[in-house]
Design a protein around this ligand. Structure first.
Ligand code: TRP
Length: 361
């Protein structure tokens, strides 16, 4: 079977290193692998509005940020269709029909929705649109007949819900939709990169992110003030790797080549870790190394972003073209869905003929 990717992000802020190792970098690799027939990358503005209804400007302003981040990381509009969710009314239409196939109690049990309701203090006043966003996400995925959905682990309950909707639809109306599979990061560190303060997750509200659009100086400052082992006071003290953010980042980013290039006295990360645990290795040296490793990754992204920023209309044009192309694809699926649901009255000559006969024989 031909493989198709759909994935996306909510445009609520600039993308950071957590997004990069957790999904963006992989997407670019998948894009360039040649294994996928079609790739759709969506800026999920409609979904972002489900919990930002009173702040549409935030979403509006972040569309371009996310698009610039995508393109500067190497997503190529010739190979991947980049588009904006709200520009495809077909997605809303699909959701309207899928809603009949999902129960309120099933949505209430969705672990991601549950924890997000808590995080947002929505307990007593959950917007219906927010509550039902897993259904809209199923529309996003199925509209493109996606076989493969590269996402972070936190999105697994969304995929499960989408698969259930597909099965329910197909068993009720006949085989129409494709059951998608999640593709999660292979590497556990990449699944959930901690914040620079050692907090479990990078998040804008905690101010512990390194952004793809940060300057070289910003990155250096953030790296040099990163959380390490609070008991590692003197260089000669033995250091601990447990919860030591600098080493977690090295696990996510560094390769043996980086040692040859920047710290030739070690062959690999294991040797560096052993020295740190023994004592005699200072945090500053490790942080400088991490900074060099990160710069290897970030400098080319930053340079591409600078170029792209010079022609913002061209970036919107890419999104516009992508949205038109994506819409054509979604419209085909919607037509199949409506035919399967037998609500394609005007295309159904048999129906019209049969009714004519009924009244005139
Ligand atoms: N919920 C995803 C996030 O918060 C964004 C998203 C919307 C998405 N629709 C999707 C991801 C469909 C994968 C497939 O990051």
């Amino acid at each position: 079977m031909k493989k198709i990717i759909l994935t996306g992000d909510r445009p609520t802020g600039k993308l950071h290193l957590g997004h990069y190792v957790g999904s963006l970098k992989r997407r670019v690799e998948l894009q360039n692998s040649g294994e996928y027939e079609k790739i759709f990358i969506m800026i999920a503005d409609a979904q972002a509005l489900t919990d930002n209804a009173d702040n549409p400007d935030k979403i509006r302003d972040n569309i371009i940020e996310v698009a610039l981040d995508y393109l500067s990381c190497g997503l190529d509009p010739e190979k991947s269709t980049l588009f904006i969710q709200s520009q495809l009314p077909e997605l809303a239409e699909l959701s309207f029909y899928y809603m009949n196939l999902v129960t309120v109690s099933r949505l209430q049990r969705n672990p991601t929705v549950k924890s997000e309701i808590q995080q947002r203090n929505f307990e007593t006043s959950i917007p219906v649109g927010f509550f039902t966003y897993p259904i809209s996400q199923a529309s996003d995925i199925t509209a493109f007949r996606a076989t493969t959905v590269p996402v972070g682990e936190d999105q697994l309950p969304m995929l499960e819900q989408a698969r259930e909707i597909v099965r329910k639809f197909n068993s009720t109306y006949g085989e129409t939709l494709v059951e998608p599979e999640a593709l999660i990061p292979e590497n556990e560190v990449c699944s959930r990169l901690p914040g620079t303060d050692g907090h479990a997750k990078m998040s804008k509200s905690l101010g512990n992110c390194i952004y793809l659009s940060d300057t070289e100086e910003d990155v250096k400052k953030k790296v040099m003030s990163m959380f390490t082992d609070p008991n590692h006071l003197k260089i000669t003290d033995p250091g601990s790797l447990e919860g030591n953010t600098v080493f977690t980042y090295l696990d996510a980013f560094c390769t043996d080549n980086h040692f040859a290039k920047y710290l030739p006295e070690y062959n690999n990360l294991d040797e560096l870790k052993a020295h740190y645990q023994r004592g005699g290795l200072g945090d500053v040296k490790v942080k400088r190394f991490l900074n060099a490793v990160l710069e290897d990754e970030l400098a080319p992204i930053r340079a591409r972003r600078k170029e792209l920023e010079k022609d913002i209309p061209a970036v919107y044009e890419i999104l516009k073209k992508g949205s038109i192309k994506a819409r054509e694809e979604a419209a085909k699926t919607l037509a199949d869905v409506k035919a399967a649901m037998r609500i394609n009255y005007f295309d159904d000559e048999e129906l019209i003929k049969a009714q004519q006969l009924k009244y005139n024989s």
